[in-house]
Design a protein around this ligand. Structure first.
Ligand SMILES: Nc1ncnc2c1ncn2[C@@H]1O[C@H](COP(=O)(O)OP(=O)(O)OP(=O)(O)O)[C@@H](O)[C@H]1O
Ligand SMILES: [Zn+2]
Length: 460
């Protein structure tokens, strides 16, 4: 079996991945707070960890992947009030929209999608354990985690308590014994949703939600925990404090964090208003184009988002799908094909999910496929499909790829532009691209004729 290396935020280096129990590999990724539609930055952890989920399933017989839905939060309460609708109606709608958007990006459904509001009993029990063990205290309807009771607090983000107090927006509240203590439980007034607890009617803090759902569904110690780099502090630091102090374990073996999707060098975020919703982008680009764009950079590197990035992704996919056109004869070869353990695409992904390298390997496979003898094509097509499937790419029928959203929809300017691009591709000897453009035009019922005076076109 190939060796999987993963960059672990806890150790600061690429470590060899060794599961606690190879018969049941466990992974958790923090999911969305469901009060609006997600932007393409929020989609990055979903797509990156979907590739890891696919890879782990290739390597191990049983992988349990949980990604939660945060359906209780102050932003949710505010949004529901602003809309004048019940909280459950709002969260139900946006949880469903999230599932649809992520399916459009080709992300597999996780094994478990726990909702925070279904686990409040588990959270109350966990908080009680932390109080019993002397790591938490109740004060004025709140329960706080006492960070000074944990010697290793700050190990993940490599911050001392002094750094945290200086650098972070910690709330100095009268009920806190120490300014860095964080909330496990807070009181709800009559207008706010709440649950009965030993500390009065209230609701959980955000960090305890993930720790309780992990313990319930995956166990007291899990293999992999992922999320965006903005979650390292305080969210994941606080999860470690809760989980390790309650269970007496290390809580998580491998911490993985994705880099940011940026716009003009700045993190895409709701607060800055520089975001593009997945839902809107899907009106202009197939989901696979968005997925490919997200995978075109290594998951830990920053990736600048632009229209150009998406156009590039579409053109590259055109070239790869072109290699798969008209070769439906490979169906039986495909069913029999097993990706070998030393396959270059598998090797690239096992190197901390090196998707740019894996995509280069797909290009090499496609160009060999374009040049191969007819007899050899079915096996090569099966290989390209199996390798791409590890990244959730190229799984559509190639003919339909070129037909989608195109038929009759190209105006004369768009046709002329594609013809100019094809002429340029031919003079650059990029024949695969040139042929892909011809196929794209054919799919839109445009016939090309190359003459000495240039390329003429007619509609079928
Ligand atoms: N620009 C980005 N690039 C990559 N990942 C991101 C980006 N913005 C948010 N994420 C990730 O998306 C996931 C969902 O996060 P969350 O719902 O907290 O988004 P958010 O922080 O509300 O978004 P925003 O930063 O836009 O306010 C988290 O794993 C977070 O790290
Ligand atoms: Zn979380």
């Amino acid at each position: 079996m190939p060796t999987l290396h993963l960059h672990n935020t806890l150790t600061g280096r690429k470590d060899v991945f060794t599961p606690i129990d190879p018969e049941r590999v466990t992974m958790y990724v923090c999911g969305p707070t469901v009060y609006n539609y997600v932007h393409i930055g929020n989609a990055r952890p979903v797509v990156a960890f979907d590739v890891l989920f696919r890879l782990l399933q290739r390597l191990y017989p049983n992988v349990v992947y949980a990604r939660n839905i945060t359906d209780i939060d102050d932003k949710i309460i505010t949004a529901a009030r602003d809309n004048g609708e019940p909280i459950e109606a709002l969260t139900g709608r946006f949880a469903e929209a999230f599932a649809d958007d992520m399916a459009a990006l080709g992300a597999l459904p996780p094994s478990i999608v726990p909702h925070a509001t279904d686990h409040v009993g588990d959270m109350v029990a966990l908080i009680s354990t932390l109080i019993d063990k002397g790591h938490a205290y109740a004060a004025e309807g709140h329960v706080l985690f006492a960070v000074q009771t944990m010697p290793d607090y700050g190990a993940l983000s490599r911050r001392s308590l002094d750094d945290m107090l200086a650098g972070a927006r910690v709330e100095v509240a009268p009920y806190k014994r120490y300014a860095g203590d964080f909330v496990l439980w807070k009181p709800s007034n009559e207008d706010q949703p709440g649950w009965d607890s030993p500390w009065g009617r209230g609701r959980p803090g955000w960090h305890i939600e993930c720790t309780a759902m992990i313990a319930r569904h995956l166990g007291p110690l899990i293999d992999i925990h992922g999320g965006g780099a903005d979650l390292i502090f305080p969210h994941h630091e606080n999860e470690i404090a809760q989980g390790s102090c309650a269970h007496g374990t290390d809580y998580v073996r491998y911490w993985l964090h994705n880099g940011y999707i940026n716009i003009d060098g700045e993190k895409m975020s709701k607060s800055l208003g520089n975001f593009r919703l997945v839902r809107d982008l899907l009106g202009h680009f197939p989901g696979e184009v968005l997925r490919f764009a997200l995978l075109s950079a290594h998951y830990r590197s920053p990736l600048n988002f632009s229209e150009e990035l998406l156009n590039q992704a579409r053109a590259t996919l055109d070239g790869l799908y072109y290699a798969l056109l008209g070769r439906g004869d490979a169906v039986s070869a495909e069913a029999d094909y097993q990706l070998p353990d030393d396959h270059p695409v598998l090797a690239a992904l096992c190197d901390d999910l090196n998707t740019p390298e894996a995509i280069s390997a797909l290009h090499r496979l496609a160009s060999e496929l374009n040049k191969a003898d007819a007899a050899d094509k079915p096996r090569r097509k099966a290989e390209l499909l199996a390798a791409a499937n590890l990244m959730g790419l190229l799984q559509q029928d190639a003919e339909s790829w070129f037909h989608q959203g195109k038929a009759g929809s190209l105006d004369a300017d768009a046709i002329e532009a594609l013809i100019a691009e094809r002429t340029a591709a031919k003079s650059a000897r990029d024949f695969a691209r040139a042929d892909a453009i011809r196929a794209e035009l054919e799919a839109a019922d445009v016939i090309l004729e190359d003459t000495r005076e240039g390329t003429r076109w007619t509609r079928k």
